[in-house]
Write a protein that binds this ligand. Structure first.
Ligand code: CUA
Length: 149
């Protein structure tokens, strides 16, 4: 093998390694990857369920032009599983501060897990154009209810 060939192989392997490590790094740093779950009608019933002191499940339903539940109260340090569906068209589900970017799709359930380490109000916004009320479509996650302190 000639020297330049060897060099090209080493550089290629280096770039590949960097690529795989950056994927692993991004995965570890961010939230869970979004999962698509088999559809089940129980997810259409919006609710917040407490599994234990630090673990919650939110069944979120998007429809023109609101999210339900519109206000989600949780204590700081909670880990929340969001299960998301839509009752009509495709909506977005974005929590910018938490790097959450999901789609709410009729007949589908998308799931992600988010940890809320800091108190505050985290806005959930629809970032997929869904009609005349789109720009007003939002909800919030209220961590340790800062307004009440
Ligand atoms: Cu819902 Cu835009």
């Amino acid at each position: 093998m000639d020297k330049r060939e060897k060099k090209a192989i080493i550089i290629t392997l280096g770039v590949l390694a960097l690529f795989f490590f950056s994927i692993l790094y991004a995965r570890g740093k961010n939230n869970d990857l979004v999962e698509c779950l088999p559809y089940n009608k129980t997810y259409e019933e919006r609710k917040v369920t407490k599994l234990d002191d630090k673990t919650y499940q939110v069944f979120a339903v998007a429809q023109m032009w609101q999210f339900q539940p519109a206000e989600i109260y949780i204590p700081v340090g909670s880990e929340v599983d969001f299960f998301l569906t839509s009752k009509d068209v495709v909506h977005g589900f974005n929590i910018a501060e938490k790097n959450v970017n999901m789609m709410a799709v009729f007949g589908n359930i998308n799931k992600t897990t988010v940890k809320f380490d800091k108190p505050g109000v985290y806005k959930i916004t629809c970032h997929e154009y869904c009609g005349v009320g789109h720009q007003n479509m939002q909800a919030q996650v209220i961590v340790n209810n800062p307004a009440a302190q």
